[in-house]
Design a protein around this ligand. Structure first.
Ligand SMILES: C[S@@+](CC[C@H](N)C(=O)[O-])C[C@H]1O[C@@H](n2cnc3c(N)ncnc32)[C@H](O)[C@@H]1O
Length: 198
């Protein structure tokens, strides 16, 4: 019952408010509580399609900021001028070259809402998830500025403790949060990480 109430409420609200997905409200809630993005920031959003995180971040960073999205799927054009959406698989992306190509010299924040495409074959899925997590970590290590913030949806539930301790070596503060907009039946949670260690 609660699953459908939550879905219905946020799904309808997203349509009314012009957001591309209900995920917009998860990010809004996280932002309200943890202030991970500031006006003027350069933000990279991994797994950005269909684009609701991009919409929320674009609004926060404003004209002086920028938000770059990467996804294996295309993102239908958004009107905001501070959004750049790139179609790519993060496992095959050289992040430094990509950022240089769009003249971005620093990233203040990285968000990652990637959901891996699962086949149902345990061995293949575990490999895919491990590769994805490695790729995300590399992007954070190479491209996020010291002191920068990072938000990642955990789809690695079996490895929760390992990921928590790895993130704590990379960031000064790591908080686990489940937004109200996230379905209660889903095991989805977010790691909210502040202050990348230099
Ligand atoms: C839950 S959706 C993201 C929703 C998005 N945050 C929004 O607000 O619109 C997860 C996304 O992860 C993307 N994804 C999965 N594997 C990926 C990969 N290897 N590289 C880039 N994106 C990937 C999927 O294509 C999908 O669009």
């Amino acid at each position: 019952m609660s699953r459908f109430v939550v879905k219905d409420t946020y799904f309808k609200k997203a349509k009314q408010d012009g957001f591309r997905a209900r995920s917009a409200y998860k990010l809004k809630e996280i932002q309200e509580k943890y202030r991970i993005v500031q006006k003027g920031n350069r933000v990279l959003d991994l797994g950005c399609a269909p684009g609701s995180f991009l919409q929320v971040i674009s609004d926060i960073v404003g004209d002086q900021g920028a938000v770059i999205g990467i996804d294996i799927l295309p993102v239908p054009q958004l009107p905001q001028k501070n959004i750049i959406a790139i179609m790519a698989d993060i496992r095959d992306t050289d992040i430094k070259t990509l950022l240089e190509g769009i003249s971005i010299d620093r990233l203040d924040v990285i968000t990652c809402d990637i959901a891996p495409n699962l086949s149902g074959i345990r061995e293949a899925d575990d490999k895919n998830i491990a590769e994805l997590y490695h790729a995300v970590q590399e992007v954070v290590k190479k491209a996020l500025k010291p002191g920068g913030n990072f938000l990642i949806k955990s789809f690695f539930s079996d490895n929760f403790k390992d990921i928590d301790s790895q993130l704590k070596t990379l960031f000064r503060k790591v908080t686990v949060f489940k937004p109200a907009a996230s379905r209660t039946v889903s095991s989805e949670i977010y790691f909210v990480c502040h202050g990348k260690r230099s």
